[in-house]
Design a protein around this ligand. Structure first.
Ligand code: ZN
Length: 481
């Protein structure tokens, strides 16, 4: 897709994003042809459009179509709303056979406008319908060119890279468990790594045993698809400013294991690999942006299934760092695979470790479907991540990591730790468990994305299905280093 400067170029659609205040004063739109300005003013004077937040008015004209999108009160208009409105408008235009669009943004008071336009334009056509053999819900479309009145080619480029990374992750996450197994996910990672110049090392079950990855092996032991550990590395050409490691939970399907889930809780469990797919997407994005950090991505992949060879409640396993864990629930498997990977990542002595995981239903209960939990042992890191999450419109809420009662409940009578606590404070328990495997003096952040990882219905820049929530925040954070 091309984003270029508008020069009275004819386009088959015009998207006008207006606050309520803008509708009262259309004269400050120098980059709008007079006839279009008059037309919009007439619609506004008839109260067909008031700028109400989230409104969209589509008006076919003699030549092309006008889309008026409401941003609500100017004082409350944030980047997230602009991005969502842009994606919605462009998606609607595309579905109505637009091939190009003119999107003036000069009048909007926010930074990163080029970036936001690039990202929204890149994401607007994203749907997962490859398995429909008879027609799709929406005709696929491709906007060929977008014209705008602002100059920010670097922002457009970065926004498109962010969009590509998210589409890549969403597509992978949406693939069902019969397609994406630990082995096939390894192949996808290998292909992606080759394409963008990352190195990729894959440990199979034999190597995992040699490397004492007891958590990953236990979780994967019930499936005929054996577990894999994928290690991606990106090294910049110059002297990197920091070393950072990303760790992602990659349960390609989570049945719960012998502590099997009820049917309605098992649906969408193909999405339990979101953390790992996000890590792959973040690594791709870092390489495409050519950022000056040394980055490592660990994808910790297993299928959690019940069978005669599955790990059991009461089993005691030993993680990579030598700590022993008593299993009291085989459905609390994510923290076991992450335990090994966090230990492994810590051995590289990175400045920062960030893990992403669809870890606990408790976090989704606490924060809902549109916000993820952030846990961190480092205030400075947490503040930076919250800044990025806010800038990129991915809501994160910092959760407490200090709770002596929950910390006490991690103890097992037979081993060093127990893997599952009581229902109350379940997200905190899981985070405290992970902390046991993070090396000394490493700034660490954990994203519990179990709430916003899947969308029930299309909204803003999100299609129905996988969201790849977390990718934008992580990329933005690394970009800011
Ligand atoms: Zn589980």
């Amino acid at each position: 897709m091309l984003i270029s400067r508008w020069n009275n170029t004819p386009s088959d659609s015009v998207l006008l994003l207006l606050t309520e205040e803008d509708t009262q004063n259309l004269s400050h739109f120098p980059a709008l042809p007079e006839n279009l300005k008059d037309f919009a003013a007439a619609l506004i004077s008839r109260k067909d459009f008031t700028g109400k937040k989230g409104s969209l008015l589509r008006v076919p004209m003699l030549e092309g179509t006008l889309y008026l999108l409401g941003l609500g009160k100017a004082a409350k208009c944030a980047g997230k709303l602009v991005r969502d409105s842009l994606a919605w408008g462009l998606r609607t235009a595309g579905r109505n056979h637009a091939r190009n669009a003119y999107v003036p943004l000069g009048h909007i008071d926010m930074k990163d406008k080029g970036f936001v336009l690039g990202e929204a334009a890149g994401l607007c056509g994203c749907v997962f319908d490859k398995y429909k053999t008879k027609g799709t819900d929406y005709e696929p479309f491709a906007l060929e060119e977008i014209f705008t009145d602002i100059e920010d080619s670097d922002g457009f480029r970065k926004g498109l890279i962010f969009a590509d990374a998210q589409i890549f992750a969403r597509t992978l996450i949406n693939e069902p468990g019969c397609v994406i197994t630990p082995e096939s996910l390894s192949q996808k990672a290998q292909e992606a790594a080759e394409e963008c110049g990352l190195t990729c090392e894959i440990w199979d079950e034999n190597r995992l045993a040699v490397e004492k990855m007891g958590g990953l092996l236990a979780v994967g032991s019930g499936s005929k698809n054996p577990p894999r550990l994928i290690h991606l590395t990106y090294k910049p050409e110059g002297n990197p400013s920091k070393r950072i490691a990303f760790v992602g939970k990659g349960i390609t399907f989570d049945s719960g294991g012998l502590d099997i889930k009820p049917d309605n809780f098992m649906l969408t469990m193909k999405g339990d690999k979101t953390g790992a797919c996000n890590v792959l997407a973040v690594m791709k994005g870092i390489a495409a942006l050519g950022l000056n950090v040394e980055a490592h991505g660990f994808m910790t992949c297993a299928e959690n299934m019940p069978s005669g060879s599955a790990y059991r409640p009461d089993d005691i396993i030993t993680a990579r760092n030598g700590k022993t864990i008593e299993i009291n629930n085989t459905d609390a498997e994510g923290r076991l695979v992450l335990a090994d990977a966090l230990s492994l990542a810590s051995e590289l002595k990175p400045d920062v470790i960030i893990d992403m995981a669809t870890l606990t239903g408790a976090c989704a209960v606490a924060l809902g479907k549109h916000c993820a939990g952030l846990f961190s042992n480092n205030d400075e890191l947490a503040a930076k991540i919250l800044e990025s999450s806010c800038a990129r419109g991915e809501p994160l809420w910092r959760m407490p990591l200090e709770d002596e009662h929950i910390a006490e409940s991690l103890k097992s009578p037979y081993a060093d730790l127990i893997n599952c606590g009581e229902r109350y404070g379940g997200a905190i328990f899981a985070a405290l468990f992970l902390k046991e495997f993070v090396g000394e003096n490493i700034a660490w952040a954990h994203f519990d994305i179990a709430g916003p990882d899947f969308c029930d219905k299309e909204y803003g820049i999100y299609p129905k299905g996988a969201t790849a929530f977390g990718v934008r925040t992580c990329l933005d954070y690394v970009m800011g280093l």
